[in-house]
Design a protein around this ligand. Structure first.
Ligand SMILES: [Fe+2]
Length: 152
């Protein structure tokens, strides 16, 4: 198959100019890269499934933080941004079911994740970053429930 996913290193062109979001994007890409490695090693399905679940969990954790930031600062494009996040999560779950049914592959899912995340960061998250940049306190943001969804 030619859809073998490739690892993505976080580089400056993925910056949204807000450190705490950039840091979470770095972590998200690192979990994505774990999935790529697992696929390259031809790990057993159970192992791939575990890494995929970690990716889903960190995605939800990170989306939760972006959501909290958007609502805390009254981001005017919040509904459209939320809809993008929700659409991504729905698609992941649909693909996960298709993989379980043997109708799709983890490689295809990884490729979708890579393309969606990098595209979303460069447009929607960068727009959010521009909005948040001068509003966030310099010492960071105190999230209401920072442990929810954290990958152990
Ligand atoms: Fe986002």
């Amino acid at each position: 198959m030619s859809d073998a996913p490739s690892a993505v290193d976080w580089t400056g062109d993925l910056s949204v100019n807000v450190k705490l979001i950039d840091d979470e994007h770095k972590m998200l890409l690192s979990v994505y890269n774990d999935l790529v490695e697992s696929l390259q090693r031809h790990d057993q399905a159970a192992v791939v499934d575990k890494v995929m679940k970690e990716l889903f969990a960190y995605t939800q954790y990170h989306f939760g933080h972006e959501d909290e930031l958007m609502s805390s600062y009254g981001y005017d494009d919040i509904e459209a941004h939320r809809a993008q996040h929700a659409g991504f999560v729905d698609r992941l779950h649909a693909m996960e079911q298709s993989i379980a049914a043997g109708q799709d592959t983890a490689e295809h899912l990884a490729e979708f994740v890579r393309s969606w995340i990098t595209g979303h960061i460069k447009v929607a998250d960068r727009k959010l970053g521009t909005f948040l940049k001068d509003r966030l306190p310099p010492d960071g943001f105190d999230f209401a429930n920072p442990e929810v969804g954290v990958v152990p």
